[in-house]
Design a protein around this ligand. Structure first.
Ligand code: COA
Length: 183
């Protein structure tokens, strides 16, 4: 699905553009993912594990654009992608048709500027508009920043998965399973 282009004023007085991702963003999206995955331990892939080709990424973005109940948003500044967030159906089967999944990331240089909040607000509004009844996500227990963001928007913890993530040093982190009821 497509979202209109908007200008977002950041907390430092600067601005960025929020818009939906297009297949033409594939190359810049790959660059964004490689950099962003290297900046946080709190996403499931390492930069090396994000190994899509430009063509594969373009196909994914085309799929998101054309799916009526899916939205991938980007934040862009000076021609660079600085954040992305997406919402899609949990699955195509009728019994899970009411459930959406959400993912979000922002480049470290732009944390705490209000971008994550702006993307969350737009995805939650889109989910309600699509008739989803709940939004679900998983977050590592140690990811306080993301946890605060999700709680700010009404997500609650409904379960804990032990040892959801294992790091190369042998340490684990648990995952919180979170849900926001929207209807
Ligand atoms: C989590 C993330 C998306 C937040 O994005 P952001 O643009 O910094 O978010 P915002 O500036 O809108 O801040 C949103 C809320 O996050 C929380 N937050 C922000 N900075 C924080 C900090 N330093 N410590 C704790 N909580 C913090 C606050 O609740 C804040 O709301 P408030 O400013 O009204 O108090 C971003 O830090 C990120 O991409 N992290 C790495 C990837 C990641 O962890 N993704 C989620 C995987 S589950």
């Amino acid at each position: 699905m497509l979202h209109s282009v908007e200008t977002l004023i950041l907390r430092d007085g600067g601005c960025c553009v929020i818009r939906s991702a297009e297949p033409e963003d594939a190359q810049r999206m790959l660059q964004y993912m490689k950099i962003m995955l290297g900046e946080t331990p709190f996403l499931l892939r390492t930069p090396e594990e994000f190994d899509y080709s430009i063509e594969e990424e373009a196909r994914i973005l085309e799929g998101r654009k054309s799916a009526p109940r899916s939205l991938m948003l980007l934040a862009e500044k000076d021609g660079q992608i600085i954040a992305s967030a997406d919402l899609q159906s949990h699955g195509k089967k009728s019994r899970v048709w009411h459930r959406a999944e959400l993912g979000i990331s922002v480049r470290k240089d732009f944390w705490h500027q209000g971008i994550g909040s702006a993307l969350m607000e737009r995805l939650i509004a889109f989910a309600a508009q699509c008739g989803y009844e709940q939004i679900e996500l998983t977050v590592e227990q140690k990811n306080r920043r993301a946890l605060n963001l999700y709680m700010k928007y009404g997500f609650t913890v409904y379960g804990t998965r032990p040892h959801g993530v294992k790091y190369p040093d042998g340490n684990y982190d648990n995952d919180y399973l979170m849900v926001k009821m929207i209807q």
